[in-house]
Design a protein. Structure first.
Length: 218
């Protein structure tokens, strides 16, 4: 059974600025309690008194979580180059026995063309291909026998080079996503490898998304 302190801990972990404010004792606890009370009640599945939230906030210790947040922020400052590629298309196909061969045909066609951006993510039930729009006609021909689930054009990718220690610090992706979400930017797709992290957004959002990610390093 979830308790009020546990619910508050869950809520505040997602809001680094509130944690900083609590640590510096510059936040009015009664006002914060009223603000987060509906969220606490939603987590607990019952109504509670504002006073109970205030009491839990008084006992809440933000320091360990702030230390982790600061460690993440420090790591983000060591992020390498940010690369942007525009004019991309996304295709998601239902997995089939022949889809691997279609992927192989696609790779054979583009392997000598370094100007083409492409990435393939194969899940349990579906496969997503993101590729330069200029190569979209070839994709549609190669995969014409496959069942398409979704398709979108006018996309861009923003790729971050992550520092080697990124695997050892929890919450890095959440930290990045929270900043993007705060600005109301919709992320169409996510691609990651061990030391690279890419988001796919609409072309109309790419400048704002790039600005947000660039400012993470400042």
């Amino acid at each position: 059974m979830v308790t009020i302190p546990q619910a508050i801990d869950k809520i505040l972990k997602q809001r680094p600025m509130l944690l900083e404010g609590l640590a510096q004792e510059i936040i009015n606890l009664s006002s914060l309690a009223r603000k987060i009370q509906p969220e606490v009640e939603e987590i607990l599945h019952k109504q509670i008194k504002t006073g109970a939230v205030v009491m839990a906030l008084k006992r809440f210790n933000p320091q360990p979580k702030i230390a982790l947040t600061r460690r993440i922020a420090s790591m983000v400052k060591n992020i390498g180059d940010i690369t942007v590629r525009s004019n991309l298309a996304s295709y998601t196909f239902l997995n089939s026995t022949a889809i691997t061969e279609a992927q192989a045909r696609l790779i054979r066609q583009i392997m000598t063309n370094n100007s083409i951006f492409y990435t393939i993510s194969q899940g349990v039930f579906e496969t997503t291909l993101i590729i330069s729009t200029s190569f979209a006609p070839q994709v549609e021909e190669i995969f014409k026998k496959e069942t398409i689930i979704s398709h979108a054009h006018d996309l861009s990718s923003i790729t971050l080079r992550l520092p080697p220690e990124n695997k050892k610090v929890p919450g890095l992706y959440h930290y990045i996503f929270s900043r993007i979400t705060w600005e109301g930017i919709n992320v169409y797709e996510v691609i990651s490898t061990t030391h690279e992290f890419s988001i796919i957004v609409n072309n109309t959002d790419v400048e704002e998304a790039f600005s947000v990610l660039k400012n993470l390093k400042n």
